[in-house]
Ligand binder design. Structure first.
Ligand code: NAP
Length: 293
């Protein structure tokens, strides 16, 4: 398939914090967009700019050459792809399906198999870079699946991201995202504990950030979320409950592979405490509240 704005219709399912921005970049580049998301009001900006609404993921698939999904949980992914009348069942012959949700490698493989049985190709393509990366089209996109399908849809990935790598067969994108989230857990614990330490030591934590955010400890998370932690800005860029989902996926996959992730389990316990504190819908930077409680 040759993917161009003139010849390719794109379906987009899941228009939350991430999906809205990502779909917006495709629309801005001239792609005809067919959309569905659970809460219709989330699609309003895209509809105002000319996107076509459908009442189910399956209907989107029936009207699109490429279908992209960015929903919440593996259970949502399973539902939109595999339910009767869902995306796989209603996909057009020769279509390419791309799940960009952070989900389970084994589910990605099952979807690719079900799609192949219908003569359709499916890629898993989770992302990293946060809400900022989605807004600025600077995501890192980690892809699993068929190489020809990857080459075909690369022009779409390039409108949403800056670093796009095919990692291997179906599920390899999700495994890579699990590696990403393992690093993120360590980073979040380190950034939070350093800022709590700075406060307890009587330092000016913003000034501390000026130093440690520019040395070997610098990171995207420290520099983007550290200031929010200090300002008490806990609005979600990345929901606490989604991060808990991701840690659960990494822990379960590691167990399946026969090893343990003690660092991730420590972070998970802290985030579960946050949920007990009523912070499920906060951004992940709310971790600092679990230390100050
Ligand atoms: P979000 O704001 O909750 O967006 C998810 C969207 O999908 C919502 O609009 C939701 O509808 C819709 N949805 C969920 N289940 C659906 C279903 N079964 N059918 C139709 N629509 C459905 O979350 P997000 O922050 O955009 O994250 C989306 C995914 O990307 C998650 O897997 C997350 O872990 C991952 N991710 C997020 C970030 C980040 O920084 N935010 C970064 C990388 C990866 P409702 O509004 O009705 O719930």
């Amino acid at each position: 398939m040759t993917v161009t704005a003139d010849s390719t219709t794109v379906g987009f399912v899941g228009l939350g914090i991430m999906g809205r921005s990502m779909a917006g970049h495709l629309q801005a580049a001239g792609y005809a967009l067919h959309v569905y998301t659970r809460t219709r009001s989330s699609a309003q900006d895209l509809l105002d700019a000319g996107a076509v609404w459908h009442d189910s993921p399956g209907e989107v698939a029936a009207n699109a050459d490429v279908v992209i999904t960015m929903v919440g949980y593996p259970a949502d992914v399973e539902q939109v792809y595999l339910e009767p009348g869902g995306i796989v069942e209603r996909a057009r012959s020769g279509a390419i399906l791309i799940d960009m949700t952070t989900s389970e490698p084994s589910l990605a493989a099952r979807i690719a198999e079900a799609a192949a049985a219908k003569g359709v190709k499916a890629l898993d393509a989770p992302v990293s870079g946060g809400d900022v990366g989605a807004r600025e089209a600077r995501l890192s996109i980690m892809v699993g699946g068929d190489e020809d399908a990857f080459d075909d849809v690369l022009p779409l990935f390039e409108l949403m991201g800056k670093n796009i790598v095919l990692q291997g067969p179906a599920g390899a994108g999700q495994h890579t995202k699990a590696c990403n989230q393992i690093v993120v857990t360590g980073n979040m614990l380190g950034a939070t504990e350093a800022l709590v330490y700075a406060r307890r030591a009587g330092l000016d934590p913003k000034r501390v950030l000026e130093s440690i955010g520019a040395g070997a400890a610098a990171s995207f998370l420290l520099n983007n979320l550290g200031p929010k932690m200090l300002d008490g800005d806990f609005a979600p860029g990345f929901f606490v409950h989604h991060f808990i989902k991701d840690m659960g996926i990494a822990i379960a996959e590691a167990e399946r592979l026969g090893f343990d992730l003690p660092g991730v389990k420590t972070a998970l316990a802290k985030y579960e405490k946050l949920v007990d504190m009523g912070c499920r819908e906060d951004g992940t930077q709310a971790l600092i509240k679990a230390y100050e409680d």
